[in-house]
Design a protein around this ligand. Structure first.
Ligand SMILES: [Fe+2]
Length: 401
């Protein structure tokens, strides 16, 4: 495999904030580099696609398109989570494509996918039927086709691993397990008990108009908190930023943004709106954890809740962004939960109205003939950590080929 950007140039971005420079601006917009990145990063890394509580019962399933691949994530007859391609091995139709209720004016819209509960998946095109393991169990009018072997026909299997309630998939069925690489993060967030938290239905924005890496950088770096968000972020200033060191075996980057007072919150009251999570220490209630399980999962942990984003590239300059909150189950039952959640979401809106237009303008800047390669402050040390992680993956495929 080749990269449209010389490897020596990419290599300058590996290191720490003290010595590394930003990735070449073309990595944020070039279509050939995007194709290289899908193969070098997304084809063999663990990609978060959802939470296990989204498929509680046998037969519950949802569809997802990590890195553009239509897949099905389902709870099988043994109540285990399985992932498989949605692409019918017959003629390439997606078996979970949703064809219902399409109006004339929507005929050329991108495919929508089903989620729900199923005993089997039947491709709507020619009615080939697959069980919850993806094995073909029926195909009409194929008995005269001498070369057809039903037993060897199935929806392609995809590796699955659940970590603290988050469902990850990997297109490389020989990939190393994920959990082992997340030990440090696991220890750091243990008091939040993330596996017991339950997600509210995530909000999904299909075509966010900037490169996926710009979203990650903006979420993770705390340098801008006291600048872009001056005023509304003063309760947790950038000066307190701390990032964990990252070793090559680490599968996550994370840091803390300490707050000046206990139980702060990202809303105009600057206070948490929900009861504090039960097991947190006083120190933990005075900080926000920002964590990244590359390449797709972003997690924020605060005094009263957690939030999780998945960043799913859909093109060199677009991604699909999914955003959800996580709460203890009993908090979901409190009176006025919906009203409080709405207030929390509106609070985050203040930040979004600064971050999102900034990211859109940054995308424009990265396309400019005058785009520069960054020097970094210690308060954004996580970005060169991410760059190093990426360059390691780019290097691996360049060496292997
Ligand atoms: Fe921000």
């Amino acid at each position: 495999m080749e990269t449209p950007i010389a490897f020596e140039e990419l290599l300058k971005s590996r290191g720490s904030y003290k010595d590394a420079v930003g990735l070449p601006p073309k990595v944020y917009s070039d279509p050939d580099f995007f194709a290289f990145e899908i193969e070098s990063v997304f084809a063999s890394e663990w990609l978060c696609v959802g939470r296990e509580e989204q498929i509680k019962e046998v037969g519950d399933f949802f569809s997802a398109t990590p890195a553009g691949e239509p897949i099905i994530v389902v709870r099988n007859a043994e109540s285990e989570i399985r992932a498989m391609s949605s692409v019918c091995p017959h003629r390439g139709m997606c078996v979970t494509a949703d064809l219902d209720g399409i109006e004339d004016e929507d005929l050329l819209e991108p495919t929508k996918f089903l989620s729900g509960n199923a005993r089997y998946f039947r491709c709507p095109y020619h009615w080939w039927v697959f069980d919850l393991e993806g094995q073909l169990t029926g195909a009409p009018e194929m008995k005269d086709t001498d070369c057809f072997n039903a037993d060897e026909t199935n929806l392609a299997k995809i590796a699955v691993e659940v970590w603290n309630g988050f469902i990850f998939v990997n297109f490389d069925t020989d990939a190393n397990p994920l959990g082992e690489s997340l030990k440090k993060l696991e220890k750091t967030v243990i008091n939040y008990d993330p596996s017991s938290l339950k997600t509210v239905d995530p909000a999904v924005i299909p075509d966010v108009p900037f490169n996926w890496k710009i979203m990650i950088e903006n979420f993770m770096e705390m340098y801008h908190n006291s600048r872009l968000h001056k005023g509304i972020h003063d309760w947790a200033p950038s000066s307190g930023a701390w990032y964990s060191d990252v070793e090559p075996e680490d599968g996550a980057m994370f840091g803390f943004n300490p707050s000046l007072e206990i139980d702060g919150g990202f809303n105009p009251t600057y206070r948490a709106l929900f009861p504090p999570l039960p097991n947190l220490s006083e120190e933990e209630r005075k900080r926000v954890v920002f964590a990244f399980v590359p390449p797709t999962l972003l997690i924020g942990m605060q005094s009263d809740s957690a939030f999780w984003f998945t960043v799913n590239p859909s093109g060199p300059e677009t991604h699909e962004l999914s955003m959800g909150y996580l709460f203890p189950e009993e908090v979901l039952e409190i009176p006025l939960f919906d009203e409080l959640l709405e207030a929390a979401i509106r609070g985050v809106g203040y930040f979004n109205r600064q971050d999102i237009p900034t990211n859109i303008a940054t995308q424009l800047g990265m396309r400019s003939r005058f785009a520069n390669r960054a020097n970094y402050s210690w308060q954004e040390a996580v970005i060169p950590q991410f760059n190093s992680w990426l360059v390691d993956r780019y290097e691996k495929v360049l060496k292997d080929n």
